[in-house]
Design a protein around this ligand. Sequence first.
Ligand code: PEP
Ligand code: MG
Length: 586
Amino acid sequence: MKVFTGIAVSPGIETGPVLVLGSENFRIPRVYLTRDAVDAELNRFHEALDHVCADIRENEQLVTSQLGEQYGAIFSAHLQMAGDPRLIREVEALIRDQCRSPEFAVSRVLRGYASQLQKMGNQYLSERALDIFDLEKRLLGKLLGASREELRDLSSPVILLAHDLTPGETASLDTRFVLGFATEVGGRTSHTAILAGALEIPAVVGLGRCLAQVSGGETAILDGDRGQVVVDPDSESLNRVERSRARRHLVRERLGRINNLPAETQDGQRIQLSGNIEFPEEVSACMQRGADGIGLYRTEFLFLSGNREPSEQDHYEAYCRVLDACGERPVVIRTLDIGADKVPQLLQSQFEESPNPMLGLRSIRLSLQSTPMFKRQLRAILRASVRGNVRIMFPLVSSLLEFRQAKMILMDVMEDLEEEGVPFQRNLPVGMMVEVPSAVILAEEFAREVDFFSIGTNDLIQYTLACDRSDPTVAGLYRAGDPSILRLIRMVLRAADRHGKPVTVCGQMSSEPRFVPLLLGMGLRSLSVTPQSIPLLKEIIRSLPISEAERIAQHACQLDLARDVEHYLQGELSRLCPDLVNGNDF
Ligand code: PEP
Ligand code: MG
């Protein structure tokens, strides 16, 4: 049994066969052979090996003739490895004695060697592991030939393990077959992690290097509550999965009973509890769970999941679907937040040169530079605005000029529509995300011009603490409970309050149960959260009087270490709702 630990980003627990997705997306299709197939499969392995050796020899000659012998020598090392008798014996033994498929045997043996090299702590040897992966890739390429399977061709359930998944790839996972996924890289609020929540499948990110130790086809438990992947689990672990499933089912049933009750504190203070969505399909889950509306619609996913730029009509139809499902409830449509880790395939070349995409051309900056694209989206939002209660929000605003420019373009589009006689809602509220420290520092000035604020803690933490939100190596420093973050949120709440402007927190912080009493105690009355967390958060809100929330916030804001703040908040939550949070299911 092998246990890998990472960051839990989407709850739930699943068991199934592992599909390892390497850079080449190879899938090991069969793990076991029938005994009478062994000889033929041994032959297949040797044929594949012969072909690979011939290819390497050809490369060696080509490179030697073009670049010289010292470069050609690289391939002699590959050739030596491919012909290593010990390696060949080990692969043969797995095929012959354990009836494993050649694909599985090759992957298991080569990854075993690569893993040993990686563990030696020597950079040179660690880099040699890449040569072994290269050999594995070549052999699998020959063995699988035309039967290389892509993720989209899945036909049976799998637990997906990958080095990384882009938000676009994650968005197109087929959840009929992908039971859950885990990646070697990624952080708590990376968009890939956020999407796992949207797909409502368990997910773990930031496992660190572990793929070398997994071949694919093994049974694994993916535990999205504890942030663990257990490969080849023992029977005790499998029993734990069953117990956890049963407990989860009971809690879900209990929470399901409050779906139609309002998010109201024990002393009658109504809290707006809305959903964050990436796709129109998610609205029904929000409505079922009694959301008060959509507090954040990440419209860029319309762009990320397709292979062409969405037309005005594509935008319009998606917005109409969301609005029709929401009725009178407010829907905050955020304009495109493209860039950083959300780059659509068709815009890839535009971003390749960026030395630091998180600080580069993204979000509203890109929209302001691509006016036709921005106008297309704004026209669609305005046309759809007659179908419901729409609010427009601009992302990543970092200066007043940006907000004013974005608003001017909106006014231009309004004028165009008026001239064309197209109906739209003229007075729809226009707000901004507060996710850059400069926007907090100037919150007072912004508050005079905006209709509402929505605090995007995912980016605000990243830009305040200088920690990439998707980098697992700094995940320990990326903390919502940092006193600096609490102070920034306070500054926004105060400035907004002085100007009578509403504030929502729509970053992942508000979806984390322990932060809810703190945020309410600081004066926040509106949260926009991942749809999955609505029932639990509603229960917490309903068990809490505001005076208690204020006491908790007052104490938390006096602590000077993120660790102490988070520890204190966890303790208070366990005291408030012991039966909900102590089961370790959320
Ligand atoms: C945020 O930054 O907190 C946010 C909600 O926006 P996104 O996660 O889409 O960057
Ligand atoms: Mg953001």
